[in-house]
Design a protein around this ligand. Sequence first.
Ligand SMILES: Nc1ncnc2c1ncn2[C@@H]1O[C@H](COP(=O)(O)OP(=O)(O)OP(=O)(O)O)[C@@H](O)[C@H]1O
Length: 695
Amino acid sequence: MSVEQLDLLAQLPAGQPEPVADADVLHQLEQWVEVGWLRALDRALAVFLLDLAPDSDPLVLLAAALASHQLGHGHVCLDLGATMQAPDLSLSLPPEGQETGRDILLPSQLLKGVTLDAWLQALAASVMVDRQPEGEQPERPLVLHGQQLYLRRYWHYERQVLAALGRRLRARPALPSGLPQGLERLFADSRQQPDWQKLACALAARGAFSIITGGPGTGKTTTVVRLLALLQEPAVVAGKPLRIRLAAPTGKAAARLTESIGRQVGSLQVSAAVREHIPTQVTTLHRLLGSRPDTRHFRHHAGNPLALDMLVVDEASMIDLEMMANLLAALPAHARLVLLGDKDQLASVEAGAVLGDLCRDAEAGRYSEQTQQWLEQVGGQSIAAAGLLAGDERQHLLAQQTVMLRHSHRFGTDSGIGELARKVNHADPQAARRALGQQCYQDLHQHMATGLDDPRLASLILGSGAAEASLPGYGDYLQLLAQQRPAADLSAEDPTWEEWAGHVLAAFDRFQVLCAVRKGPWGVESLNRHLAELMHRRGLLPAAQGWYEGRPVLVTRNDYGLGLMNGDIGIALMIRERPLHAGEPERMVLRVAFPRNDGSGRLRFVLPSRLTEVETVFAMTVHKSQGSEFAHAMLVLPEARSPLLTKELVYTAITRASRDFTLLETRPGVFEAAVAQPVRRVSGLDLGSEVNPRD
Ligand SMILES: Nc1ncnc2c1ncn2[C@@H]1O[C@H](COP(=O)(O)OP(=O)(O)OP(=O)(O)O)[C@@H](O)[C@H]1O
């Protein structure tokens, strides 16, 4: 301990917590791990650094553990400035639903007496920390850039993404021949002015990278199908059809897009030869890149790029930084990459809110004069009167290849869901509340629950209450399960078994309870238990624990052996199965039915004991619901306000509903506080300064 540190300690009034520089940081981290505030691996990083450099300043060890902790919360790095300003809030400690322990120091208490300068100086002086951009010391595990501390791997991902996007944005692939005519033909029925769908196609056609963002029903799929036709038509005529692939981050999102693309391609006004070369199968990003079990590495990378000329990725808000870096690395330089997604949705649970970061200028437009002229020339549309902010190529390079679709074709002015989503997106709690209360919106419902035993809660869940008679609930799939069950003596070969299971899955998919948090009485864990017990008590389920018929489960980890992807939903059903050995009789067994998600409409039946990474899914977190859509979605807000309750979370929940949305509250004011709180993700993915060199 230095003389200065001893002095500092002496100045502290008795009873004050020790400042971090003098506390045993590892012991403190251990305590946080014990109470579940930190992951063991966060502390392990500090231990690792201490092994490498036994003289390490405690502030360096603490920063390393906290940078690792922040990664677990979706932040690519630790922002030391923000941490010093509001330590507990920016570190989300104590975690959601947990009380402050009496003997547990809060980060704010631990950091008392530490200044930002002292912390930065300790880091800058450490042999474990590479100071960027002053010098590159690649053997050091931590990277300090300004006030942001990174684990080296994430620093690299960010640099890779910035460099790859910069290259792609500067590349100008050859324009497809007859572009203005092609656009005119495909958008002959255009009624919008300007027609952002048409302009999105034009911009995507001219670049090696583009983003099409928009809220639900703004026509992202419609646009991309026309874009594929626009690019494929001249390629087919030239006898060199493009190799096009479609992908999405999760199996569920891929299945949804497969369905909607298939519908749209069917109604496209193109020749059979062109149609034949427009794909409708959507794969997951993991499958596309060729994930290998037990490693973070993919089969496709810079040394073994994907064999394609164009890649479209839907639901791009779910792409995390690591996946984005891997994807860009595996993409051949000549290929076009188009990202589709809703920038206002929650970001991936993993570190990095890539789409949100990339879309910072999407709302404002920021098109340069050259881009505006080009759009007018090629797309025949002026955007001068669209009320956007002016931009220039040097400062807003990415904006030149970004289009925000601004008109919802699904949610018109009479749609409460559309109106509520807009108000929430504008962070206007009062207007959102007014929309919820307006009688004219038949698709919006709200209820303040008195407790878990509230009878209205039960009727909403089951969908059988008088007021909610027409609202889908879980009663529907359970009723279908029981009433349409094939006769027990029907042969296992009979397709009726699979048809029945398919109907049960489809009926379950029409309703979903969405939770904002995992812990606490209104968190996903407690609510799942409660709902299973409720349905068991009512005789709708044979049990409420373990494996029972009717149990819906969510896959929480990819399992390539079983062909199941994180996010897949299955339901346990008693079905008749062929015998394993000849001569034995067929038997009734409990199997979990999952959609195959390969566009075939078929199911796979899995032995429950083989499913190790699943959880019951009567309630699901809003995070997990991304990429899914339900006729009726019900958002349950907890009693306590929390930094996790943000407008992005509420918006994402609302936009999961295609027909009806119900807000279930448990305490007044929590909804308003959530809508007023935007999400805060720390990253250095600032394309303004990095992709667009100013010199
Ligand atoms: N320009 C248009 N004119 C008329 N209808 C349109 C237009 N664009 C899209 N639609 C219709 O609006 C609906 C939603 O379109 P689409 O599925 O393409 O939107 P999306 O943004 O992909 O939606 P999602 O939120 O599901 O991702 C579809 O029924 C589609 O036919």
